[in-house]
Design a protein around this ligand. Structure first.
Ligand code: 3EB
Length: 328
């Protein structure tokens, strides 16, 4: 074979290896290589460490912590309502704030995204790959005044130029804790990832007017720069732009899995969600837990799974799944 004609299975590493994500019972306090760690619900541990975040969603079933680790030393700190950590080419940043301190949902989202975008813009790790948003009573209010829609308007206003190169993959879920609490956290790195859209779904930023004044600003998934992980947004039974199977949890689960499978294919990842795919399932009605567990046992038997109680941003949607799919 002449020099230079070797075929490569895929492109060489062009970015830092992805953090590892694991679910653990009682993970304990963050340690050297911990980029971030999360407890869920009111019984989760407290650790006075900027890398530790207690997420305002109650676990369904056994509570576990989620831990992100990098193979490097991690530095961390706080700056007002923002805390951050960085190591191995990755940045974690989180903002927690109270809506009342900013004059409402829209203003609080604007504030939180403003803090995050300014912080990220001043970091080497300025390419936001993934972001999570938890706000209270997400479906309260009707029509354009639903709280989620106010959140979407504030979010895009607070997103600075660091988000303008392409929206990150995201999750936006309603919590049942402290009514005015907004939690937003992100994962960024020092090189751009690749946005992946779902051919079965209209891109969220192109949703028609009926879903609100401000279309939601997120990508369906991000392929990390080293091509080692597909980070998957909150995925529900949305086909085209419409919600499918209103009120039918079993059918919504099936449609959601079709969307997840389609995203893997679109991202060029191997098919299937096995032990290399830690997933989180957001469940509107706690009574649906047994149906969801049975579905998971059948279709996702090896995927590490965390079920949490949370509201999906469209009132007719009963379940949403997000997560990570490692290539190997
Ligand atoms: C959907 O497909 C369901 O506003 O950040 C999923 C993931 C959804 C993220 C967001 C919303 C968001 O439109 C809702």
């Amino acid at each position: 074979m002449p020099p230079g004609s070797e075929m490569r299975e895929r492109s060489p590493l062009i970015g830092p290896p992805a953090p590892t994500v694991t679910y653990r019972v009682n993970a304990g306090a963050p340690s050297t290589g911990t980029l971030a760690a999360f407890g869920f619900g009111r019984d989760a541990d407290h650790h006075d460490d900027p890398r530790w975040l207690r997420v305002a969603l109650e676990p369904l079933g056994p509570g576990v912590d989620e831990v992100w680790e990098v193979d490097a030393e991690v530095a961390f700190g706080r700056d007002g309502d923002l805390r951050w950590s960085r190591g191995g080419g990755w940045l974690f940043a989180a903002v927690e704030c109270r809506e009342a301190d900013h004059g409402g949902t829209e203003a609080a989202a604007d504030y939180a995204y403003g803090l995050l975008s300014r912080f990220v813009a001043n970091s080497d790790e300025r390419h936001v790959q993934r972001i999570w948003n938890y706000l209270a009573a997400i479906n309260d209010g009707s029509g354009d005044d639903e709280r989620y829609k106010h959140f979407c308007t504030g979010r895009i206003r607070g997103m600075g130029d660091v988000f303008a190169q392409g929206f990150p993959a995201a999750t936006a879920i309603g919590h049942h804790a402290d009514p005015g609490l907004l939690q937003v956290y992100l994962l960024a790195t020092d090189r751009p990832g690749t946005r992946v859209e779902n051919p079965r779904q209209v891109s969220a930023w192109r949703y028609p007017r009926q879903y609100g004044r401000t279309p939601p600003s997120f990508a369906r998934a991000t392929l990390f720069p080293a091509d080692d992980v597909l980070a998957i947004s909150g995925t529900a039974a949305v086909v085209g732009h419409a919600s499918a199977h209103a009120g039918d949890i079993a059918a919504q689960l099936g449609e959601t899995l079709r969307n997840l499978d389609t995203l893997l294919e679109a991202g060029g990842l191997p098919a299937g969600f096995d032990r290399l795919a830690p997933l989180k399932v957001y469940v509107r009605h706690a009574r649906d837990e047994p149906v969801i567990r049975a579905f998971a046992a059948r279709h996702l038997p090896d995927a590490p799974l965390l079920l949490v109680h949370g509201d999906i941003c469209r009132a007719e949607l009963l379940v949403e799944i997000d997560g990570w799919r490692y290539r190997a």
